[in-house]
Design a protein around this ligand. Structure first.
Ligand SMILES: Nc1ncnc2c1ncn2[C@@H]1O[C@H](COP(=O)(O)OP(=O)(O)OP(=O)(O)O)[C@@H](O)[C@H]1O
Ligand SMILES: [Mg+2]
Length: 239
């Protein structure tokens, strides 16, 4: 049975979608059958980060409201034999979507995929509650800013209060110089704001921004320090 991994943050723009697509790509490169699910209705970006924006016809809302079969909304990502994604709806959707819908969908997806990676919207509202329904583990992606730390703490509490205890944290967008000069909260300050284990640190790097703009996951460039770092982080997440 496949595992459902949730990627959440609280604060917007911390790198959830960037992290989700690279985690998915790195797992697929290692032979796993992986499905990426974009839950950011109305503000979807995953299709762009995968360079697949022209290929989306059906989305998860169409699946959950019975307009199409699950398989119709699953798109294989170019350049991969075992990486797939399901897009979010392009607009905020009035159609009802409940945790039960998500549980039923994930139960079916687990039969086919080794990993189902759910990229959440920012915030700790209803959509996080729906997204987390079937999750086995959550990765909270945060950044070294006081606002992000507070929001990561709130997200961690929300997940635990709603029954998801297996949580870990990835600290993204670290600028070592700013940290050293005291212009960015240091690691001890950041890590003291949450209880979950820190499984990885990702530096702020223009190459990551370029990769999301190009629609090519950065881990596709093998042998770089970024790819090696991702592989180490992901090994800790799935072990
Ligand atoms: N480590 C990094 N270094 C440089 N740029 C980064 C890094 N991580 C993410 N970015 C850039 O930051 C922007 C936001 O990233 P992303 O869309 O993944 O955030 P998000 O948390 O999914 O945002 P949202 O809350 O809107 O869904 C993107 O342009 C991405 O390329
Ligand atoms: Mg996002």
């Amino acid at each position: 049975m496949g595992k459902v991994l949730l990627v959440a943050s609280g604060k917007g723009g911390t790198g959830k979608t960037m992290f989700s697509v690279n985690m998915g790509a790195a797992l697929a490169q290692r032979g796993y059958n992986v499905l990426l699910v974009d839950m950011d209705m109305g503000l979807r970006n995953m299709d762009l980060y995968l360079g697949m924006e022209d290929r989306v016809v059906y989305n998860i809302m169409d699946v959950l409201s019975g307009i199409c079969r699950i398989s119709k909304a699953i798109i294989r990502v170019d350049g991969f034999s075992s990486l797939y994604f399901m897009a979010a709806a392009p607009r905020l959707d009035e159609r009802d979507i409940t945790p039960l819908h998500m549980a039923i969908l994930c139960a079916k997806l687990r039969e086919v995929f080794d990993y189902i990676i759910i990229d959440c919207p920012a915030g700790i509202g209803e959509m996080l509650e729906v997204s987390m329904e079937a999750a086995d583990k959550a990765v909270i992606v945060t950044e070294p800013e006081f606002a992000a730390s507070r929001d990561a703490d709130m997200t961690e509490r929300f997940l635990h209060e709603h029954g998801l205890d297996d949580t870990c944290v990835v600290l993204n967008r670290v600028n070592v110089e700013l940290m050293r000069e005291g212009y960015m909260p240091d690691l001890d300050t950041v890590t003291s704001s949450f209880n979950s284990p820190l499984v990885g640190i990702i530096q702020e790097d223009d190459n990551i921004r370029i990769s999301t703009n190009k629609g090519i996951p950065i881990v596709m460039k093998r042998g770089t320090y970024i790819e090696k770092n991702f592989v180490e982080i992901i090994a800790k997440i799935i072990r």
